[in-house]
Ligand binder design. Structure first.
Ligand SMILES: [Zn+2]
Length: 375
């Protein structure tokens, strides 16, 4: 792995840690504020309960004064009743006394009602007071913890920032700028390549880009997300374990009207994909560069079916899955579309894995990865 890439990976770890610490430091006062808000709510509840007690007390005093006034009135009426001359006057006073007594009774009922209420009010106040006390203790505790945690985080943050500066010093400047620009927009600036894919954006790489990343000789960027790409050899070694869970590879039919092959050596072109097609008693052959997908040379047409017409191309080649119509092939023109190229590469990888694991030895008759010329 390039030293710049190694340093970028370390830098990415440190950057992540710095972000985590900064988030935590920003989060702590919010937690304290949330408890403070709860505390204010409890305090308002207590105030309301206490105000209720005061209102009840004032009402009770008013009723007691009423009773006292009414009793004085009754006493006055009794004195007057001793001095009345007529029966009618006596009756009128008696009526007044009865009326005042009824009024007293009503006031007494209200006082009784308040006394019953007072118990509930008292409980309400005591509960709010207890809650307030508990929350006040909690907030003090929380504040103290936040203070300690913040101090610790600030210390770690200072260390991480020092480490970050040191790492930045060890990375090529243009690369560092690129990394930081992409990080700012995408949250990370460097991504691993696995299964031909950029793990940052999940897009399949062009074969050439993939090979460049694997060779590890120069820094390569993802065409799609611009992240700096790296390839971890250790991951690749660990990968075959996972292949056991892969779905079984679909095997191409031996007599299909179209057959795709991978050929490791093709004249001066090196690795190629061959597309052999039968149509109207003739066989055609197209040759594509496996890295660029470019059509190499002219389309060759011979009499008969492709097995008879191009035996030298089939022998020693790896048969691949793939079927596109003649119109589609013509539409591809001088270069295979990325999606076609990806699909052929994926199938080639699958065929190689299959051959390496020897898992389908039983089916060798109909679908050997490497074919023999038809007899
Ligand atoms: Zn990407």
């Amino acid at each position: 792995m390039l030293p710049d890439i190694e340093n970028l990976l370390k830098l990415q770890d440190v950057d992540k840690e710095i972000r985590r610490l900064q988030d935590e430091v920003a989060e702590l006062p919010k937690r304290v504020a949330a408890i403070e808000q709860k505390l204010a709510g409890t305090k308002a509840q207590l105030d309301k309960a206490q105000a209720g007690v005061k209102t009840d007390e004032a009402a009770r005093r008013k009723y007691e004064t009423n009773i006292k006034d009414l009793r004085e009135k009754i006493s006055k009426y009794r004195d007057q009743s001793l001095a009345v001359k007529t029966n009618d006057q006596y009756k009128a006073l008696l009526h007044e006394i009865q009326f005042a007594e009824k009024d007293i009774s009503e006031n007494e009922d209200k006082i009784l009602e308040l006394m019953v209420n007072a118990d509930a009010r008292d409980k309400e106040v005591k509960a709010a007071q207890a809650e307030l006390k508990e929350e006040a203790a909690e907030i003090e505790n929380e504040k103290e913890q936040a203070r300690q945690r913040t101090a610790e985080d600030q210390k770690l943050l200072a260390e991480a920032k020092g480490k970050r500066d040191q790492l930045r010093g060890g990375i090529r400047e243009d690369l560092l700028r690129h990394y930081e620009r992409v990080s700012k927009f995408r949250g990370s600036g460097i991504a691993e390549v696995r299964d031909h894919k950029c793990m940052g954006c999940q897009v399949i790489l062009r074969p050439q880009t993939y090979n460049d990343v694997r060779s590890g000789t120069d820094v390569v960027f993802c065409d799609s997300c611009q992240r700096i790409l790296f390839f971890d050899q250790k991951e690749e070694l660990a990968a075959p374990k996972q292949t056991a869970h892969r779905p079984k590879r679909h095997h191409p039919k031996i007599d299909a009207p179209q057959a795709w092959y991978y050929r490791p050596e093709f004249a001066a072109a090196g690795e190629v994909f061959l597309c052999l097609t039968n149509a109207s008693g003739q066989a055609s052959r197209r040759v594509y560069d496996i890295h660029t997908g470019r059509l190499l040379g002219d389309i060759l047409i011979r009499e008969g079916n492709y097995r008879e017409a191009f035996p030298e191309d089939i022998t020693g080649s790896t048969r691949l899955n793939g079927n596109w119509s003649e119109e589609e092939l013509d539409g591809f023109g001088a270069e295979l579309p990325m999606v076609v190229l990806d699909s052929l590469h994926a199938d080639l990888d699958a065929a190689r894995l299959e051959a390496a694991s020897g898992s389908h030895a039983k089916q060798a008759v109909t679908a050997t990865p490497t074919e023999q010329a038809a007899s």
